[in-house]
Structure formats: C-alpha cells, structure tokens
Write a protein that binds this ligand. Sequence first.
Ligand code: AMP
Length: 139
Amino acid sequence: MSTIFSQIVEGEIPARIVYEDETTVAFLDANPLAPGHTLVIPKDEYERVNDVPEDIATDLYATIHRMVPAVEDAVDADATTVAFNNGEAAGQEVPHVHCHIVPRFEDDDDGPIHAMFGQRPDLADDELDDVAADIESRA
Ligand code: AMP
C-alpha cells in the first residue's frame, strides 16, 4: 500500500502543494508546528534518508535549498529548523522520507534540536576516538 505522501503525489488526496518538479514536491504540513511548516519529499517512495539514491538526494537537497528562503520570506520568519525524523525510533511516523522546514521566530521559545535530548552521554576521549574511527571506516 502506498504512503499517504505518495497519495498526495498522485493527487489522490488533497494537499497545499507549494512547489513541484520532476522528482520532488513540497507541501504544507497538515498539522503545522508553526505557520508555513512545509514538508519536502522525493516523489518516489523511499523510507529513510539513506534509502534515497544519490541523484534523487541531490534533487531533494536542491528543493530544500529553494524552499527554505521561500518559507522564511512568506511568513517573515527569523530562522528555520530543517530536520528529518529518520526512522521510527527517531519519531518518523510516515515511512516516506520527508524534510520538515519549520519557521522559527525570535520569541517562539521552542529551543534548538538539542532541547529534545534530556540526558547526554558522558563519553571518555578514547570512546570518542573509537566511535569516530568506526564511523570514518564506514563513510
Ligand atoms: P514525521 O513524524 O516526521 O513522520 O512527520 C509526519 C508529518 O506529516 C507530521 O508533521 C504530520 O502533520 C504530517 N502529515 C501527515 N499527514 C499529512 C497530510 N495528509 N498532509 C500533510 N501533512 C501530513
């Protein structure tokens, strides 16, 4: 069964589409965190960031790059939080990769992404070295 976002791409359910090209589409979030909250997706269905082929990832970033200033200007935002919930454990509810562009305002008191994390791990230098080496070897 196709995702709700594929149904938007196919025109089967309504959405406030604000940009569309051959491979990507941007539309307003139906339950916005702020006025102008916009989602950017690849038209084809990929679940996670890492599932998106390189050429489509390039297109997706180009659309994000285009839409951030459009959204900020439209609602006179001071900034934006630009984020992916990448996987269910990270809070992703719709299994069709999507970038949130959430307008931010000087006085919105919502804090940075860092505010989501209550406890931070206390990592020793050698643990940081190990994890850096491990990531580097897989990159
Ligand atoms: P996430 O938790 O990252 O998967 O976010 C999914 C987002 O999709 C939420 O912010 C929802 O408000 C939004 N959403 C769900 N259904 C629709 C829809 N039909 N049209 C627009 N946005 C939607």
